[in-house]
Design a protein. Structure first.
Length: 463
């Protein structure tokens, strides 16, 4: 029996006897080291494990041994109802995350069952965020409308449960009305995350045709003299780094239809973005405004970042993901070079916290007290996992390790909401547009989507 404090070689300190802040007697484990996962053997299985806030920890039991992921560094976990007899910290981060994936998807399923109940009686509405105790929904033409159906498809992919296929078909079907929408560049987000995943997983009738119509609609925003897809209809001819994410729809359409115009537009946009949208340090601008007649740059704008010269966190994640997917689709070496340069900028950035969940901007003035952006971490993790299968060692290992740490952090109580809370969204602490005083420290539907995608990508790599 462990009856006195003990410090392991990795710096983890264990107090077998402790006292909770509320005065109740309990054992406690404080982690200051690198261990992220523990196997705790108790005198009996009748033990309750909680975080400092009192929330129950995700655990998996085998006989009298509980396996759990530790909270953030420096935060204790408490146990009551038994005596701690053995501690094992011999878990690699990948092992820790592998053990957490089933619990993460089980919790996500419970959250989204609650979300579906919240949406009962609504028409053409999709959840975007939970803010000030209220569910904020959006219609089909809003740029984030495809993420909720996409998350339902990911739940179906993991569970193969008919309930998720039925829900995904229902909410994906609500988006058919935007198959010809030309109002912005985000039709790739809106249709490919929903209809694209549905086509891949279930191949319903008509999905291919909807996606081809959406790709044709996106092509109407291409400006030939500029060689880029116009993002918005304000400024003069603005292009945002987020636009890279919509090129996957065009590459898919080229393969499915045989029409080269789709891939020509995608490659032209990616080429121009590669040449003109990045700083010497490898980071991306959010908004670049162009003269559509001669391609002259009118200006660089902060958009959702801290300044025009600051690396907005989610924008960097969009760029990383976009150039990684474009290399996958084309094997064009320039795209891999760009993805690696951006990845190196991010994983080596001095302001990337130890848990690898970035601040909303890598140069935010309030660091280390600036809000984190869980959505930026989720997108980055998913992109890094794919990039780790392409890049050469040792970079590939660094990308993979960073992504796993990000997904571990997002799976922990620090970022994943308790079941039944957070408006039934999965992740806490997202940031939409801090300079615009919008969506600060709230759950966001795209954070959930890329978190689930990242877990699925991890499972495919490490199952």
């Amino acid at each position: 029996m462990l009856d006195r404090p003990w410090k392991s070689a990795d710096g983890t300190l264990y107090h077998p006897q402790w006292q909770r802040p509320d005065g109740r007697a309990a054992g406690a484990i404080w982690s200051y080291g690198s261990a992220r996962m523990l196997a705790l053997t108790f005198s009996s299985k009748a033990v309750t494990l909680t975080s400092q806030s009192g929330a129950a920890l995700d655990t998996q039991w085998h006989d009298n041994t509980a396996t759990c992921v530790l909270p953030v560094t420096g935060a204790p976990i408490y146990f009551t109802g038994g005596t701690l007899e053995r501690i094992d910290t011999a878990f690699a981060p990948a092992d820790a995350l592998r053990a957490m994936v089933p619990n993460a998807f089980a919790a996500a399923a419970e959250q989204y069952r609650g979300m579906l109940k919240r949406l009962e009686g609504t028409t053409d509405q999709f959840p975007r965020r939970w803010e000030n105790g209220k569910l904020v929904t959006i219609g089909p033409k809003e740029w984030t409308s495809g993420f909720f159906p996409g998350s339902l498809w990911y739940l179906y992919e993991y569970t193969q449960a008919p309930e998720w296929k039925e829900a995904a078909l229902h909410y994906t079907g609500m988006l058919e009305q935007i198959r010809h929408f030309t109002g912005n560049h985000d039709i790739g987000f809106m249709l490919y995350c929903s209809f694209g995943n549905g086509l891949r997983l279930a191949n319903p009738d008509g999905y291919k045709e909807v996606l081809l119509d959406g790709a044709a609609a996106l092509c109407t925003r291409f400006v030939p003299r500029l060689g880029m897809i116009r993002s918005w209809d304000n400024y003069t001819n603005p292009v945002i780094i987020d636009n890279m994410m919509n090129l996957e729809l065009l590459m898919w359409a080229a393969k499915q239809s045989g029409e080269k115009r789709f891939s020509d537009i995608a490659l032209s946009h990616a080429d121009q973005t590669d040449r003109r949208h990045f700083r010497p340090d490898g980071s991306a601008y959010h908004i670049v405004d162009y003269n559509p007649l001669n391609g002259k740059i009118y200006g660089y704008y902060a958009g959702q970042g801290a300044s025009a010269d600051a690396p907005w966190a989610r924008g960097q994640s969009w760029g990383l993901y976009g150039f990684t997917l474009m290399y996958r689709e084309t094997r064009k070496p320039e795209y891999l070079t760009r993805a690696i340069k951006l990845a190196d900028f991010l994983v080596n950035h001095p302001n990337l916290p130890a848990d690898k969940v970035p601040y909303w901007d890598y140069q935010a003035a309030e660091i280390p007290h600036a809000p984190r952006d869980s959505s930026a971490a989720a997108i980055m993790a998913s992109a890094l996992l794919e990039l780790s299968t392409i890049a050469e060692a040792p970079k590939a290992a660094r990308y993979r390790e960073t992504a796993i740490q990000q997904l571990l952090s997002l799976s922990s109580p620090a970022y994943r909401a308790p079941v039944g809370e957070n408006g039934n969204f999965i992740l806490l602490h997202g940031v939409g547009h801090l300079p615009g005083n919008s969506e600060i420290d709230v759950p966001l539907n795209y954070g959930d989507y890329y978190f689930l995608e990242g877990l699925l990508r991890f499972r495919r790599l490490f199952q």
